[in-house]
Design a protein around this ligand. Structure first.
Ligand code: PEP
Length: 239
């Protein structure tokens, strides 16, 4: 399966950040490598600009969230159709920061994944346990329930991102054995052609080891995707 290296820029980036993506492309001699899929999910304000600038350069652009409805009285929200219209091919749904900050339940995440599909995009559905859930040995129960509740029944085009909440932005990662065990667990519960990304403090120094794990089909990268050098090193680790 072709690895997917996805950068989640979160609430970072201004129009001048075009330069950082140009720098990234420059690190591959001016065109993105064919052996991996590269995705950048900038803030919504930059989706249109980035899609215009980079879609022809082998970099896919995605949103970080979408509303479940196509349009309506939902001030401040953005629909999947709007993201697709702006040039997005992917959208992250159910990131733990949205589950925590906006109270998003599995049912809400599932509806957003359906919206992505309706708009012709690929949903990246995020799952992952908290630190206390892992300490209690409940990580598979938690992730299993999130998978059952968040993946649409008629799902066609989707990616799963396993992101242990305690590993996001902390510099901590599960052991390679724990990553392998969780990805095997997820593989048993998803179609064989679905990519399963690992996310949570992926850095140039640990990317090669993590990406070599069976059933790790790429990475969802937060902080390290903001710097061209670091993201390029992570992409190269997958080649
Ligand atoms: C994320 O927010 O999806 C993420 C994985 O962040 P970081 O790489 O910074 O841990």
């Amino acid at each position: 399966m072709k690895p997917l290296l996805a950068g989640n820029w979160k609430m970072n980036g201004l129009s001048a950040s075009v330069n950082e993506v140009e720098k990234l492309i420059g690190m591959f001699d001016g065109s993105a490598p064919d052996d991996v899929d590269i995705l950048i999910c900038p803030p919504a304000t930059l989706v249109g600009l980035f899609a215009t600038e980079f879609s022809d350069e082998g970099i896919a652009i995605g949103g970080q969230d979408c509303h479940r409805k196509a349009s309506g009285a939902h001030t401040g929200d953005i629909s999947a159709e709007m993201l697709a219209d702006a040039g997005a091919a992917f959208v992250i749904v159910g990131h733990s920061e949205r589950r925590a900050d906006h109270g998003e339940t599995d049912a809400v995440v599932c509806a957003k994944a359906e919206a992505a599909q309706r708009a012709g995009m690929t949903a990246i559905i995020c799952v992952g346990e908290t630190e206390s859930e892992r300490k209690a040995g409940r990580e598979k129960d938690v992730v299993g329930a999130q998978l059952s509740g968040s993946i649409p029944r008629q799902a066609e085009n989707y990616v799963i991102a396993y992101e242990p909440v305690w590993a996001i932005g902390t510099g901590m990662t599960p052991t390679i054995e724990d990553i392998a065990a969780m990805h095997d667990f997820i593989r048993d519960r998803t179609r064989k052609d679905v990519r399963i990304l690992y996310g949570g403090s992926v850095k140039p120094g640990n990317a090669r080891e993590i990406l070599a794990v069976q059933n790790v089909n790429g990475a969802l990268v937060g902080g390290a995707s903001l710097k061209a050098e670091d993201f390029a090193a992570i992409i190269k680790a997958a080649l």
